[in-house]
Design a protein around this ligand. Structure first.
Ligand SMILES: Nc1ncnc2c1ncn2[C@@H]1O[C@H](COP(=O)(O)OP(=O)(O)O)[C@@H](O)[C@H]1O
Ligand SMILES: [Mg+2]
Length: 332
């Protein structure tokens, strides 16, 4: 069967009057139907660009010097306008980082929800709207329908955007740091809701995040991005427990959630690159303790081992004693 998403060696460049930024630099990723996959990486690694690319939602001036993007077998970058609009409407759902900002400030929640439901076959009458809010566990739904976005909390607003995105039963839900604006308790509730609705509906989830262990709790698979490429990809517990790419290892070592009490976190020295055109070598080499001349000069090819892909000239050796698997949350 064709994968739901196939991104093959894509290069994406933002063109502005002053400079060109290469946000994706040969990124590849394939996602099967029903997978819950987390994309992690520091700010600037290209996560948002990759997510928007799947719906061809990048600025019109963006250029794609090479590579291809298929969603459900359709070449996203070549589709005529009506077909891409239909693909977005029928197949894709986006959950934004800032839910309050993503809602229309001039419309009551009920009205926005009704608009989102239009054309889906779902009931847009009062009872239908209440059922939608109930599905995302909003208390006092009658009251919430009458409120404006600024009158509800961030957590509540995110429940509303989830209801709107799920209304069309998308094949693929793209959630771009959906809990970044929320506090810790609400964050867990929202993630539980999102992943349980996805599991019920068989929705494939692409979760973009900088939180490695957070992603490992909810996603069976992790892809790590750096410098516009996917540098490691595999089962979440393997990637987190036994990182093979030095960048993944550095991310894991810098992760507060994984430190033993009293242990010092090792921050990753240096800053991620902003790529301004053709690149040479491995983008992580300037920050990598294991880098050799080869890494500075030649782009590493992908190495495949079992279910893992690693893009590195000198992968971290496997530990003699494998770590136990990481616990995962089960959406109810
Ligand atoms: N609209 C834009 N115009 C120019 N450069 C951009 C734009 N959006 C993102 N970039 C740049 O592209 C790179 C990747 O950004 P992004 O995809 O937002 O990464 P992430 O989501 O991982 O933080 C960064 O260097 C960023 O500054
Ligand atoms: Mg982003």
């Amino acid at each position: 069967m064709t994968p739901l998403v196939l991104v093959d060696d894509i290069v994406a460049e933002y063109h502005t009057a002053r400079r060109t930024v290469r946000a994706l630099d040969g990124a590849s990723l394939s996602i099967e139907r029903g997978e819950h996959i987390g994309i992690v990486g520091e700010s600037g690694s290209g996560k948002t660009t990759l997510g928007l690319l799947l719906g061809r939602l990048l600025p019109a001036a963006t250029r794609y010097p090479r590579g291809r993007v298929l969603v459900d077998g359709q070449a996203v970058l070549d589709l005529p306008a009506d077909r891409i609009a239909r693909l977005r409407r029928e197949r894709l759902g986006f959950i934004p980082q800032d839910p309050v900002g993503a809602l229309d400030p001039t419309l009551r929640i009920g009205r926005q929800l009704a608009l989102a439901l239009r054309g889906t076959g779902a009931a847009t009458g009062r009872a239908g709207l209440l059922a939608r809010l109930d599905q995302v566990q909003i208390h006092e739904p009658e009251r919430v329908l009458r409120l404006y976005p600024h009158e509800i909390s961030g957590g509540m607003a995110q429940r509303v955007t989830i209801a709107m995105a799920m209304a069309r039963t998308p094949d693929l839900l793209i959630a771009d740091e959906p809990t970044a604006a929320l506090d810790a308790q609400v964050r867990q509730d929202i993630l539980r809701l999102l992943f349980s609705l996805a599991a019920e509906n068989g929705t494939t989830v692409l979760w973009l995040s900088h939180d490695l262990s957070g992603v490992a709790r909810w996603c069976g698979r992790i892809a790590v991005m750096y410098g516009g490429r996917v540098v490691e990809d595999g089962p979440a517990s393997d990637v987190l427990g036994e990182p093979r790419h030095p960048y993944t290892a550095a991310l894991a070592a810098a992760d507060p959630a994984r430190a033993a009490p009293g242990e010092r976190l090792r921050a990753i020295g240096g800053v991620p690159p902003a790529l301004l055109g053709e690149t040479r070598g491995c983008a992580f080499a300037p920050r990598c303790g294991a880098a050799t001349d080869l890494c500075h000069d030649d782009q590493p090819a992908t190495t495949r081992e079992a279910r893992r892909l690693v893009l590195c000239h000198h992968p971290v050796p496997r530990p003699a004693v494998p770590l136990p698997p990481q616990p995962m949350e089960t959406p109810r």
